[in-house]
Design a protein around this ligand. Sequence first.
Ligand SMILES: Cc1ncc(COP(=O)(O)O)c(C=O)c1O
Length: 323
Amino acid sequence: MEPSPLELPVDAVRRIAAELNCDPTDERVALRLDEEDKLSHFRNCFYIPKMRDLPSIDLSLVSEDDDAIYFLGNSLGLQPKMVRTYLEEELDKWAKMGAYGHDVGKRPWIVGDESIVSLMKDIVGAHEKEIALMNALTINLHLLLLSFFKPTPKRHKILLEAKAFPSDHYAIESQIQLHGLDVEKSMRMVKPREGEETLRMEDILEVIEEEGDSIAVILFSGLHFYTGQLFNIPAITKAGHAKGCFVGFDLAHAVGNVELRLHDWGVDFACWCSYKYLNSGAGGLAGAFVHEKHAHTVKPAMDDLQCDIKLKGNLFAYGQRRK
Ligand SMILES: Cc1ncc(COP(=O)(O)O)c(C=O)c1O
């Protein structure tokens, strides 16, 4: 039977197991999934570690020449084979012309980030002007919260999921403290029900409905780093907006992994890193998104620190200087 383009992974496994009349965990199911995978040729674009080169591998169980089965893209994506070529091109340019490399060549360094914005916009579903590639995720999260979290006595909370990624948790704590507020009162976490691992959408919506008037910012992850739960970004955004909250997302585990349409969903802001499912490598540039509706309303909090050389910068943070 032909797979449907909208088939869920779990349904594909069940369909193939039924066709092969075997258990879903049978190796033949995995091999058939590989055959059906229209993107499988991309596998050749990456270096796949060999079992022999990995620490903590029991070589009595696997052959040392086997490719590893790599499930660590949530930590660091595999190295694309072209990375070395690209890096060598830039190192050559640096060696040959030093600072002139800022302005010339295939990828002038001064606008190095902008050469990939047009690719990134489709991955997150944004307009080019709504995104900037810069810094690391946590720095971008701080910059965004500095602009969007403007607590008042009535509306002073940040709503997030319990067990958010630790650095997000600490970033939110420190932003609350920066405003002289009490973390106990202003950091509102939604927890899974007793005995459950993931959050129920109805529970998230209930908190927004009941406490929305006191919530300044809702900051959820798009996809939870530990449980793999994919949150309903458009529904959370809509519910937050109905209560007058700003709604932002940490997309570290969603970007390059699931379909995103930040602009159409009306998400206010988002940040992500590029070293997981985007395979940019450790230290790769992170991203930030601010919806165009805020271009003239939400003020950049760190105007004085913005980078003057980025005259063509896209994000609102740079916009003020371009008038
Ligand atoms: C969900 C999530 N948020 C934030 C971070 C921190 O990102 P960085 O240390 O690159 O700022 C990570 C890193 O793994 C993450 O998984």
